[in-house]
Design a protein around this ligand. Structure first.
Ligand SMILES: C[S@@+](CC[C@H](N)C(=O)[O-])C[C@H]1O[C@@H](n2cnc3c(N)ncnc32)[C@H](O)[C@@H]1O
Length: 457
């Protein structure tokens, strides 16, 4: 009953988003129209008819016409993408996901009735009641507040000193859209499925999502797509890419030399945001929406095409001083060259090049959010020439920053842990010495020829 009335109220408020669709909001009809899904995932509601796998040779219609008024699935190629909503997620704040029924089933661990959502193998299995929070660990209210920032809309500003590495948010998603649907679906179809996903949310979550837009002159559908485009983060769940909106994180503005780092923790479905350096009261809290090591022109292109603004941050705003602009562009190129050189394990490289890389990250102002990458290379280089003590030191420095900024479940963290434990048993032990000379370690040289670093940071 609760679901019925909540959905009905939402339906009226958002009638513009959707064609009429009784079965999402009205349980008996849902059961009638979607018997399979209702049985399999009692907490998930969708107007999905049991998907009949079409024979491969049959040409697919561009758009699915649902005979049962269930307008929540649309096609991309031959795949059907539908809106699913879990009302139990995040203490009832709920999450809507758009993906294919097969992927949804896989993400839920392929489980059968009654086992969802805590069943082993489900993406929700490790999401406990305390997975999400936005307060810092020292207690009290959050050490920041939302303020109007000139030309940037709203932003978050520190109200107390924030120490490097403090966790500021562990935010929950409200809408997650399969990247293939986001990129491949016709806009009008996407508006319908996304509309369903948003409308399914309880009122409070829906308002938090729609409240992210300041574009009052757009109609509801355009506004919803605009909110999604400007606020979605790329997230990965079991190798499936999603675009996800976390309303708390969405107030953070962009800077090409940000003071916060973040990553998505697929285990807890939370978007974690950390102070990448010490921050003083009054400073705006910022993240980077793009790779900070792109050249300025490329950063600007991405920022204007996706987020519709021209960046005027300190790193970008050196146009007036021609020589400074040239210098920053050279540094970024030099960083790219050095990384290519250091990541080629078949040639001779030196620890000094890794040291230079560290210096360049610092000079370019990207060290707070990316220095672990340079430490990683330094650890390998020192180990590669048999300097175990320095290699271990850099491995520990890489771990100290990398764990905060990328989380524990990354291949490079595993590698640095192994190196710190016993450098001589790590694959990189003395690899530059033999690798560079071809003698006497011909075999070792060949071993590293095709090897690439594992940079899934
Ligand atoms: C995720 S939202 C950030 C919060 C937003 N300022 C608000 O009021 O809700 C992204 C949008 O904020 C604005 N924005 C973010 N960073 C900016 C920056 N450095 N300069 C100008 N506008 C920015 C852009 O309009 C962008 O599309």
């Amino acid at each position: 009953e609760e679901v019925v009335s909540r959905s009905r109220a939402g339906f009226a408020a958002n009638a513009l988003f959707l064609p009429p669709c009784t079965c999402i909001s009205y349980k008996p009809a849902f059961e009638k129209a979607c018997p399979t899904w209702n049985n399999v995932y009692s907490d998930w509601r969708s107007c999905l008819r049991p998907p009949a796998a079409p024979p491969a040779a049959t040409p697919q219609p561009q758009k699915q016409e649902d005979a049962n008024d269930c307008a929540v699935c649309r096609r991309v190629g031959s795949d059907n993408y539908c809106a699913f909503t879990s009302y139990k997620f995040n203490g009832g704040a709920a999450v809507s996901m758009i993906t294919t029924p097969a992927r949804m089933r896989a993400l839920l661990g392929g489980k059968e009735p009654g086992e969802y959502p805590g069943s082993p193998g489900s993406i929700f299995a490790r999401v406990g009641p305390d997975a999400f929070e936005t307060r810092d660990m020292s207690g009290g209210g959050p050490p920041f507040e939302a303020r109007e920032i000139t030309y940037h809309g709203l932003g978050l500003v520190a109200t107390r000193p924030i120490r490097e590495n403090t966790r500021l948010m562990a935010a929950a998603p409200v809408v997650m859209v399969d990247d293939r649907a986001w990129r491949g679906m016709r806009r009008e179809d996407l508006a319908v499925v996304l509309g369903q996903a948003v409308m399914n949310l309880p009122e409070e979550s829906r308002e938090r999502f729609l409240g992210l837009s300041s574009e009052n002159d757009l109609n509801d559908t355009a506004r919803m797509l605009e909110v999604f485009r400007r606020n979605a983060f790329k997230t990965q769940l079991r190798l499936v890419d999603f675009q996800s909106v976390f309303p708390e994180v969405s107030r953070l503005n962009h800077d090409c030399g940000p003071n916060l780092g973040y990553y998505f923790d697929a285990e807890t479905l939370s978007h974690r945001v950390y102070a990448a350096r010490d921050i003083m009261p009054g400073e705006e809290l910022t993240i980077s929406y793009v790779d900070v090591l792109l050249q300025k022109e490329d950063r600007h292109h991405l920022l204007s095409s996706t987020w519709s603004f021209v960046c005027t941050c300190a790193r970008c705003n050196v146009q007036g001083d021609g020589h400074l602009a040239v210098e920053t562009s050279r540094r970024v190129r030099h960083i790219a060259d050095l990384r290519r050189e250091l990541d080629d394990y078949s040639k001779a490289a030196t620890p000094q090049k890794a040291e230079l890389l560290i210096t360049l990250y610092e000079l370019e102002g990207v060290a707070p959010v990316r220095i672990y990458e340079a430490y990683y290379r330094a650890a390998l280089e020192y180990n590669g020439v048999g300097d175990a003590a320095t290699a271990t030191r850099y491995a520990r420095m890489c771990l100290a920053k990398g764990l905060v900024l990328r989380g524990p479940n990354r291949p490079f963290i595993e590698s640095m842990n192994a190196l710190a434990e016993d450098p001589t048993r790590h694959w990189s032990w003395q690899f530059r010495i033999y690798g560079g000379s071809r003698r006497p370690g011909e075999e070792r040289y060949n071993k590293y020829m095709g090897m690439r670093p594992n940079f899934q940071w």
